[in-house]
Design a protein around this ligand. Sequence first.
Ligand code: HEM
Length: 717
Amino acid sequence: MPSLRPDGSRKSKNGDAVATRTRQLEAFTQAPENLLTTNQGVALPDNHNSLKAGLRGPSLLEDFILREKLTHFDHERIPERVVHARGAAAHGYFELAKPLVEYTRADFLQEVGSRTPVFVRFSTVVGSRGSADTVRDVRGFAVKFYTREGNYDLVGNNIPVFFIQDAMKFPDLVHAIKPEPHHDMPQASAAHDTFWDFVSLMPESTHMLMWVMSDRAIPRSYRMMEGFGVHTFRFINARGASHFVKFHWKPKLGKHALAWDEAQKIAGKDPDFHRRDLWEAIERGDFPEWELGLQIISEEKADKLGFDLLDATKLVPEEVVPVTVVGRLVLNRNPDNFFAETEQVAFHPGHVVPGIDFTNDPLLQGRLFSYTDTQLSRLGGPNFHELPINRGVCPFHNFQRDGMHRMLINKGRVAYEPNSLANGSEYRVDGGEQGFQSLAEAMESPKIRRRSPSFDDHFSQATLFWNSQSQAEKEHIIAAFQFELSRVETPAIRQRMVDTLAHVDVRLARKVAEPLGVGPPDAKAAAGRAGFREPRGKAPLESAPSLSMEAAGGGIQTRKIAVVLGAGAELGAYKVIQQALLDAGATTKVVAAHLGFVASSSGQQVPVDHTFLNMPSVMFDAVLVPGGAAAAQALLQDGEAVHFVLEAYKHCKPLCMIGESIELLRSVGVGMPEGPAVPGLVIGSNEPTTRLQLAQDFIAAIARHRHWTRSVEKVPA
Ligand code: HEM
C-alpha cells in the first residue's frame, strides 16, 4: 500500500491493487467456528437456556449472556436508505484501456492495463428494502473506485437524464412518488395520484417520464442495462485545463428488457429476480462486464450544443458527440455479507479524486450536500468511512477526531493544524500545488434564487426520444402511460398529463388519452399552466438511434432456455440444438409436470430440473419443445404446460417447436401451416439433416432477445 508523502502525492507502483483490496477486506472477515463466546470472548456454557432461580423459576437479571444476546438482537436494524433502499452489489475491478493524460490527472486513468478495485451497487429507487426487483423504476448504478489517490464514486443511474433540474425539488419528487403518506400505498410504484399530480405540474419532468415509461425501466437484468453519470462533470488535466465529461457504462451482453406483464408476474413469482441473476452469474463465473465510455466536450463545443450542459434533464446524443470507450468494468466476486458490505456501503457523488471536478449543475450541487448528511443518520455517526467496505486503499490522515464508533486510535497530543509539536517542526497546509485542486472557474454574478432561462426547453429532447423509438417501443411507451394514468383516480390529473404530452407528440398524447376517460389532449391548456416555459429549442437531430433499444446486441451468453418435456418426446433434434445452445454460452433446463424423470420415445429417462409451477415461463428467455406425437398429446392435456408455452409466446420470446409440439400453439390458432411466418417462432422437424439449421435459426432468434413485432393480442395467457 502506498504511503502518504509530505507533498500529499501517492505516486507509487500500482502493483496488484485488486489483490491488496481483497486482503484488506479479508482482515475483517470471520469464518464460522465451533466455539461460541460472548462479545467479550467468554466461552458459553449453554446457548439454549437462560439463568433461572430454580428449574421452573424466573430468569435472573444477572444473566449477562442472555442480556447481551437480546440487546444485540434488539439493535440489529438500521434505517434503510431514503431512496434506493433495495439493492444488490458485487466486487470487481476497472481496467483502463486508453490513457486519459490529455484530459485528466486522475491517477487511475493514466496507465493502460492498470486495474482499480471497485464495489458496485445496483438498486431500485422507490421501493423499500423488501420490495420486488422488477418494478417499473429507474435503476441506480453506483460504482466505488478504490484508487491510490482516494475513493472515487460514480453514483449514476440506468437512465441518462433526471426528473428535475434543481435539488430544491428532490424531496418533493420523492414524497410524491413514494407510497402516499395516509395509508402507505402503493409500494414501489409510480402508478398513483400523488406522483402524477406532481409531474403533471412539472413540465421539466417530461423527458424523464418518456424514459421511465419506456422499456428502460424494466430491465431484463442488471447485467443488461446501460449506466450513466447523468450530470456533466469535469476532467482537469495536469496543466489545469478543463473539459466537460459525460460517463456511460455499456453492457457487454447488450441492453434488454422484460415485457411489462412479465415484470409484474416476476414481482410475485421471484421478487429477488435481479439480485439472484447477478449473484448466480458471478457464482457460475459468467462475470458481468461493461465498457466505460466517455463523451468529452470542450468549452467551445458546449456553447454550440443548443442546450445547457448543466441541465440534468438533457442528454448529449451519441450521434452528436460520440462515446469513446476507455476501459472495462468486471464484477467477479459476490460480497461475503450483505449487511456489512451492500448495506453499509456509503456512496457519494462528492467523493472525487484530483483530476475530476464538479460542474455547477444545480441538481448535482444539492447532491454534494445530501449523501453524507443522510449517511450520518443511516450509519449512525460520522465515522462510517472507517467501515471496511468504505475504507480507501490509500491511507488517510487529518485532525478530525472522535465521534460514534471511532475505530482509529490516533496517537499523540496534536489534533490541530498548524502545529509544531506533531513531528518537531512547523507544519501547515495552507495552499499550494499539492492535493485536490478545484477548477479556478471565474465567478462574478449577483446572488439569485431563479432558474436559468437556458433550462427552459422542456420538450425538444422528449420529442427526440419519442422519434428515436421503434414502432414496438412506441407502443410499449403508450401502454405504460395508459397503465399508470388509469390507476390515477383524479380525472383532472389524467387530463393535465395528456395535455402536457401533446407538447411531445400529438399522436402520442391522443393514443394515451384513449382509454382514460378524459377529453382530447389540449396543448394550449398545458401551455397556460404555471411552470410551463414557452421557448422550445431545436433538437440537434430528428432522431438518435442510440436512444432506442431495438438494436440491442449482445449474443446469447447466459440466456436461460426452458426445454418443455412431455412423456414420449423424441430427443434427436433436441440433443443437437441443446449442444449448440450450450456451445454458444446459454443454459438449458428441463421443465415438466413433475420432478424426477420423464421417459423419452426410446425409453431414455431424462432428469427434470423444474416443474411448470415452481419455475414458470417468466423465469426463462426462450422455450424449446421437443417433438413426438405422444409428448405433444401429453402436454396438450396439461393446462400448466399449455399456459407455459403460450405465456412465453405472449411475452414475445423466441420459441423452437419441433415436430408435433407446434400443436400447443395451434390450439389457439397460432403457427398454422397456411399462416404468415411469426417473428421469433422457429418451427422444425426431427429430420436429421435440418437439425443444425434449426439450431442456428433458434440461436439467431434468441440473440434478438424479444420479438416485439409479434402479434399477441388474441393469445390467452
Ligand atoms: C438532489 C437530488 C438528489 C438527492 C438529494 C439524492 C439523495 C439521495 C439519498 C439521500 C440517497 C441514499 C444514500 C444513502 O443512504 O446511502 C441516494 C442514493 C442514491 N442516489 Fe440520489 N439523490 C439525488 C439525485 C440523484 C440522481 C440525479 C442520481 C443519478 C445520477 C442519483 C443516484 C443515486 C444512487 C445510485 C443512489 C444509491 C447509492 C447506493 O447504491 O447506495 N441520485 N440519493
